[in-house]
Write a protein that binds this ligand. Sequence first.
Ligand code: ATP
Length: 306
Amino acid sequence: MSKLKIEKLSHKYSNSWAIRDINLEIDKAGVVGLLGSNGAGKSTTMNIICGALNQTEGHVYVNGLDTRKQPEEAKMGIGFLPQAPPVYADLTVDEYLTYAAELRLIPGKKIKIAVEEAKERCQIAHFSSRLIRNLSGGYRQRVGIAQAIIHKPQLVVMDEPTNGLDPNQLIETRKLIREIARDCTVLLSSHVMSEIHLLCREVIMIENGRIVFSDTMDAFNNYMKPNAILIKMENPPSGEVLLKIKGITRVEFLNDKQIRLYFEGSHEIAETIIATSVQNGWRLQEINLEKGLLDDIFKQLSQSQQ
Ligand SMILES: Nc1ncnc2c1ncn2[C@@H]1O[C@H](COP(=O)(O)OP(=O)(O)OP(=O)(O)O)[C@@H](O)[C@H]1O
């Protein structure tokens, strides 16, 4: 049974759609990244998965349970770290985690042990009686993560968990997330591509409320690399001659002047093609790396990181 299954999920705020027709299924442990620029729809999707927001259309199943029809049972299997950690600054770590355990309906006798275990896993036991307001951002985030795992859920949803952390805190928090994901699925959102690369086994990319990519990290790496080049030559040679250029793996004639060349290796292939064309009088008129949609996505992502 899949840990998380989403079917035709859409959500509308007043009269505009924030997410549209999201479908996905996750059934293994590990970190799954939800990648998208600001406003792409990550938080909306996560809030719906965790029952903090009711969707306009579609279904979410956690461990096979429909989150709208059986919300209490479904929520037993979910831990949630929202974008702003839901901690109370005036409570100590112990007081807050005890409260979180009660909210999660952990039986009274088992609360103490659940709090101790969560503190141990998040390495915050030495701060048990410290007021949360006196913790650094990184440790406050650890307390947020501790409340998300206190009931040992199989699915932990974290909305931009490393946002605003300094470089040291970032490394430590990512390490902790990796450890947590050893025995459960962590669905983590980020608008930072490098973070997704570092942490995730699978990637779901969302733009303008729609999934534009969903596959393994390896497939994502291949998808991100442009591997075709479109050229136009006045006097092109045969395909066999083009295949002799180092790195070219396939030649596709689109018409007698336009050709798509598939290649392996670096983008310097463009320079090789230009030089070879000049030497042989092929009269190259146009040359473009083919990336299509990705250019737009990258532009948006880089803008959102500025
Ligand atoms: N409460 C709201 N009322 C109206 N529109 C909203 C509301 N919350 C989000 N939106 C809009 O829905 C879209 C998706 O927002 P969402 O917060 O889900 O994106 P996100 O990918 O999480 O972005 P960010 O990284 O900035 O949090 C955006 O256009 C946003 O402006």
